[in-house]
Write a protein that binds this ligand. Structure first.
Ligand SMILES: Nc1ncnc2c1ncn2[C@@H]1O[C@H](COP(=O)(O)OP(=O)(O)OP(=O)(O)O)[C@@H](O)[C@H]1O
Ligand code: SF4
Ligand SMILES: [Mg+2]
Length: 352
């Protein structure tokens, strides 16, 4: 079996809680808990989930911007969990990031040539001059921008153009993995799809893997080979994107799919009916997680065990994994798929 490019095992990241007057010793914020996934070379793994589910914290842990409470991260088999060790392995060159807001992540006082050229000098030891300028021009070709952008400043560009510059900068040092955290979320829908298509083209041309993070399951599954769905710091479902999208095996994934607008009126009505079966409730706080399933207070098919025990990760029928008691303790399931079960319950409740 070939070794994955990135392997995240049982990752946990906890932040210190904020003290208050009458509770000076607050519990930690458990932002990421027991998260495991792998990314193979030249593949895209998508991470999706609502705001606060821990997606960026996973990204920041891989980029070594936050301390890890538990678990490990390996790149090509090398343990890069600790910064000192990874510094020896040229980690900064191998893993690059493209973030949501290209305006604040690009240095406003530098031209494109410097913005993209500086990492080339730092990591590939090519000094400013003709060779470096030529490399930057090639990268502009790759991201679909003309050479006139070489001497432009970020404030002279549109949001989509700035994001293309950020992508070119990330690719400049020939990384193995690019982490794109909400890289398209701030862009208009039409520009968003251009940038997504660009990333897909780049992957065909260059030997690069992506960790693609976004709120929208449709966008993420379009972009990714495999997808992970996060809820309150847990990876609740993971598997091949098309299968997770077509046949989800976790109620929360089903809820995300039911929330996607659909042009066909019949299907739209079905989704609306399905949406109504999910209870309206605030998710628990990551500083005070319940003993059972964190999705229990919103789940339309919760059982007694869900309140008491945290579900373990089990194999799902699409070949991936799910963290839900329905896979192990749901006598009502009777061997059928989870999604059919939820839909039949929903049919009973609201006639979808
Ligand atoms: N430095 C920090 N200190 C304390 N809590 C934090 C810190 N960073 C993140 N958190 C908390 O960790 C949880 C996960 O946050 P994170 O930013 O990873 O979520 P996210 O899925 O990326 O959300 P979004 O979709 O809004 O970007 C949230 O409850 C957040 O408030
Ligand atoms: S474990 Fe229980 S509450 Fe959680 S998603 Fe599965 S059925 Fe619903
Ligand atoms: Mg985030």
């Amino acid at each position: 079996m070939t070794q994955p490019l990135l392997s995240v095992e049982h990752l946990a990241v906890h932040f210190a809680g904020r003290g208050r007057l009458f509770s000076p010793d607050p519990p930690p914020v458990k932002a990421v808990n027991d998260v495991s996934f792998t990314i193979d070379s030249q593949r895209t793994f998508g991470l999706v989930g609502e705001s606060g589910s821990g997606k960026s914290t996973v990204a920041r842990a891989i980029l070594q911007l936050v301390d890890i409470h538990d678990g490990s991260i390996h790149l090509d088999g090398d343990d890069v969990t600790r910064v000192a060790r990874s510094a020896e392995l040229g980690f900064r060159k191998r893993v690059q990031a493209v973030l949501q807001d290209p305006f604040s992540s690009l240095n406003q006082v530098h031209t494109t040539e410097t913005i993209i050229g500086d990492p080339i000098t730092r990591h590939l030891a090519i000094k400013a001059g003709d060779e470096r300028r030529e490399r930057v021009a090639d990268l502009l070709d790759l991201v679909g921008l003309g050479h006139e952008f070489l001497d432009r400043y970020p404030y002279e560009m549109s949001g989509g153009q700035r994001q293309r510059i950020s992508i070119a900068r990330a690719l400049a040092v020939e990384p193995d993995l690019v982490i794109a955290d909400e890289a398209t979320s701030a862009l208009d829908v039409s520009i968003q799809s251009q940038v997504i298509n660009l990333l897909r083209e780049i992957q065909r041309e260059r030997d690069v893997a992506f960790l693609f993070i976004a709120h929208d399951l449709e966008v993420v599954s379009h972009m990714s080979h495999d997808v992970g769905v996060m809820y309150l710091g847990y990876l609740v479902e993971r598997g091949p994107s098309d299968d997770v999208y077509a046949q989800p095996t976790h109620p929360y994934t089903e809820m995300l799919i039911a929330s996607i607008p659909f042009p066909e009126p019949g299907e739209q009505a079905k989704r609306r009916g399905l949406r109504q079966t999910f209870k309206v409730a605030e998710p628990p706080s990551p500083a005070n997680l319940p003993p059972g399933c964190p999705f229990e207070n919103r789940c339309p098919v919760a059982m007694d065990i869900c309140r008491e025990e945290m579900p373990a990760v089990t194999q799902a029928h699409h070949g991936g994994e799910a963290r839900c008691h329905l896979h192990t303790s749901g006598p009502e399931l009777g061997g059928g798929s989870v999604v059919e079960f939820i839909r039949s319950e929903a049919r009973g409740n609201v006639g979808v």
